[in-house]
Write a protein of this length. Structure first.
Length: 94
């Protein structure tokens, strides 16, 4: 898995607002831009392409639980044909 690009630029919030086009252009070139508020990292501006890549990797399985359960193989499709294990109850002192 490729390592995500490291932020190269830091912007105070006011500066980022004043130079939003520059911030977005740099992010579009694949350079994440960190925006700080009162010196604390508050946001990262990334390209839409990078966002889609991250969102797709976090989406998880695309199969619903119902589809997954219906795909379980059965013996002829009848529940009565499934082999079951017989367990004996153990003695418990109450």
């Amino acid at each position: 898995m490729p390592k995500p690009p490291q932020p190269r630029a830091r912007w105070a919030l006011q500066d980022a607002k004043n130079k939003l086009s520059e911030v977005v252009d740099a992010a579009g070139r694949g350079e994440p831009q960190v925006v700080t508020r009162r010196g604390v990292e508050a946001a990262v501006v990334i390209s839409y392409r990078e966002y889609e890549r991250i969102a797709a990797s976090r989406a998880g399985p695309s199969v619903s639980l119902g589809v997954y359960l219906l795909a379980i193989p059965t013996s002829g499709g009848r529940a009565g044909d499934i082999e079951r294990v017989t367990l004996e109850a153990r003695d418990v002192a109450l």
